[in-house]
Design a protein around this ligand. Structure first.
Ligand code: F6R
Length: 615
């Protein structure tokens, strides 16, 4: 996804811009560019498709070096218009204004039509170029650059993080944000902007976090900020605790624990710039997504392990909500079984690492079986093998996941799949605006809901004690919760080495009931949905065979507690999309605390690797 870095310094800024772009590479991008105001107050710009090293090569090969004290730079993830030099940022209007932009301007077509009538020429296919032209036009009736930006942002619909320079105001850059993050960096050498503090860590640890709607004027020795209503405001300077280039456990004992607690932020990052107030931005799946999604007739999801479990949840959602046939299969099976792949299939791979050998081979096999299919990869790793092999890529933005047992990658995959189903459903007229808004509202609530669930850690710690003498555990759920039960069982077995199995609760009487006795704890997930009454009967079947039970329920499910049964309300009134994500959290915490009590190697469980790059 796009990245911004820029600043006003007392020396040549080009190396700092390049360093910042390199530090933003992890977010994924397909082109990059920078622009610097030269001593003669003219713009000097370079843009390249591909890696930042291509941009560096481009700069090195120039006879007139790009130098100056003021500049802005960008890594672009194509949404409106393909990856190309012309579409790469920064964009320029009439040698007067230059702009870098993260986000999407939804009303750019209307603005573009108006600007064409005023004589503005468009060099790119992007939604961003209208911002540069609008500011150029507004400057004519403004005393300052910031005044012109304040006027222009009022006309923009959508989301933006913007860095703006003008050759008419050569001592400053303007930064503003709405729906996309932007921080200001403060140092004795100058003042800076970036979409992510990581970009500036080599220069400063002091940051000002702009609030929604803020517009800031950044000069060498002064930063002035106005809020959404145009009032002068004082935002605090905060010292960052992040160490450049270092991924550490911070206050946590294990990476897995840290990653469980990072989920609210990971989900915020996954959603950032992918949704508006009430809708999903389809082009966040890539600039070709609209066309591809419109024409598909079925979906085939392929993945391994935890990613496969996310794919099973998605199958329920996709058929139920987007009304399109969907099948989910384990990659190591799919790759060898000579499946039939119909035309107009969207082949979706899910992979945290993007390097899982079986998933890669399954995609290659599918492309061989029917070369007309389109592929989408949902991954946490930019530039991974799967992303390179796929027509579309969606990065989960969960941040590095170090613990072998996947946690935040799973919940962010689910969020990504929800965005995918929403995009596909609306293009196929199966999801109307009200439903879309409901889904978006639900997704926005997730970070807060997860935080509430994380507060149950102490209660879950106590529960964990009862697993110490157990060799086996059964997880039960129905519908999407069967897949969440599968994920709960996988987590428990891989880090605590307790055998665990998941069953759809309705399947018990067809065999597994024979296993139930007092030594086999049963964990059930009871959301308040249309299968609740059936699940309650299944719980009775188990209870009457003497098992110790733990039920994680929705407050409104009102599962009646019995002897040797603990009912733990996790949340209340969740929707079809949010419920599976929230019920995942107590299961992650339970596995973690059982493993902690058993003193296993939590972050590196025996016999397992983080990324399975061999068959
Ligand atoms: C379980 C786990 C594994 C991975 C699986 C696929 O906690 O982490 O089951 O989910 O190896 O890995 P990716 O998602 O990288 O393809």
């Amino acid at each position: 996804m796009c990245g911004i870095v820029g600043g006003v310094t007392n020396s040549n800024i080009t190396p700092l811009l390049l360093e910042g772009l390199n530090r933003l590479e992890y977010r994924g991008y397909d082109s990059s560019g920078l622009i610097v105001l030269s001593e003669k107050n003219t713009f000097n710009r370079a843009r390249s498709v591909g890696k930042v090293k291509n941009l560096e090569k481009n700069l090195n090969e120039r006879s007139n070096k790009i130098k100056g004290n003021i500049g802005i730079a960008h890594t672009r993830w194509a949404t409106h218009g393909k990856p190309s030099n012309l579409n790469a940022h920064p964009h320029i209007s009439k040698n007067s204004v230059s702009v870098v932009h993260n986000g999407i301007i939804e009303n750019y077509v209307a603005l573009k039509n108006d600007q064409k009538k005023l004589g503005y020429e468009f060099k790119s296919e992007t939604d961003t170029e209208v911002i540069a032209h609008a500011i150029d036009y507004a400057i004519k009736s403004s005393k300052t650059l910031i005044e012109s930006v304040q006027k222009v942002v009022k006309s923009l619909e959508g989301s933006y993080g913007l860095g703006i320079m003008s050759s008419k105001f050569p001592d400053q850059i303007i930064a503003t944000r709405k729906g996309s993050p932007l921080v200001l960096g403060v140092s004795s050498n100058g003042n800076y902007i970036a979409s992510d503090q990581m970009a500036l860590l080599s220069e400063t640890k002091k940051f000002i976090f702009l609030e929604e709607g803020d517009v800031a004027e950044i000069k060498l020795d002064k930063i002035t900020i106005f809020d959404l209503d145009g009032n002068l405001v004082d935002r605090p300077v905060i010292k960052s605790m992040i160490k450049a280039g270092q991924v550490d456990k911070g206050i946590y004992d294990h990476f897995m624990q840290k990653e469980i607690f990072e989920q609210p932020q990971a989900i915020r990052d996954t959603l950032e710039s992918r949704i508006t107030n009430d809708s999903v931005i389809t082009s966040s799946f890539g600039y070709k997504a609209d066309e591809i999604f419109k024409n598909i007739k079925q979906i085939q999801i392929v993945a391994c392990g935890t990613s496969y479990n996310a794919g099973i949840v998605a199958k329920y959602w996709i058929e139920d909500i987007a009304k399109i046939p969907c099948n989910t299969e384990i990659a190591s099976e799919y790759r060898y079984r000579r499946p039939i792949l119909l035309d107009d299939t969207l082949f979706v791979t899910l992979s945290q690492s993007g390097e899982t050998a079986d998933t890669i081979e399954a995609l290659k096999a599918a492309q061989k079986i029917n070369n007309s299919i389109k592929s989408l990869c949902i991954s946490n790793t930019p530039e991974s093998s799967l992303t390179r092999l796929s027509d579309l890529t969606f990065l989960t933005h969960a941040g590095p996941e170090i613990g072998v047992a996947s946690t935040k990658a799973f919940t962010t995959q689910l969020v990504s799949l929800a965005l995918m189903l929403c995009s596909i459903g609306k293009l196929r007229n199966k999801i109307d605006r009200t439903q879309e808004k409901e889904i978006v509202d639900g997704l926005k609530k997730l970070p807060g809901l997860i935080n509430e669930t994380l507060h149950q850690e102490n209660q879950i710690k106590i529960l964990a004690n009862s697993f110490l003498d157990k060799n086996s555990t059964l997880f039960l759920g129905r519908g999407t919760m069967h897949a969440i039960a599968m994920e709960g069982a996988l987590k428990l077995k891989e880090i605590s080495y307790i055998h665990a199995e998941a069953y759809p609760a309705g399947e018990l009487k067809h065999g597994p009931l024979a296993l139930i006795d007092k030594n086999m704890p049963v964990i059930a997930i009871a959301p308040n949905d249309e299968l609740l009454e059936k699940l309650k009967s299944n719980l009775q079947e188990v209870k009457s065979r003497g098992s110790k039970m733990i039920v994680f329920e929705d407050e409104n499910s009102k599962v009646q507690s019995m002897d040797s049964m603990q009912v733990i309300p996790v949340t209340s009134n969740l929707g079809r999309i949010t419920a599976p994500i929230i019920f995942t959290i107590p299961l992650q915490l339970l596995s973690y605390h059982v493993a902690l009590l058993k003193n296993t190697d939590i972050d590196k469980p025996r016999n397992l690797a983080k990324s399975v790059t061999v068959e």
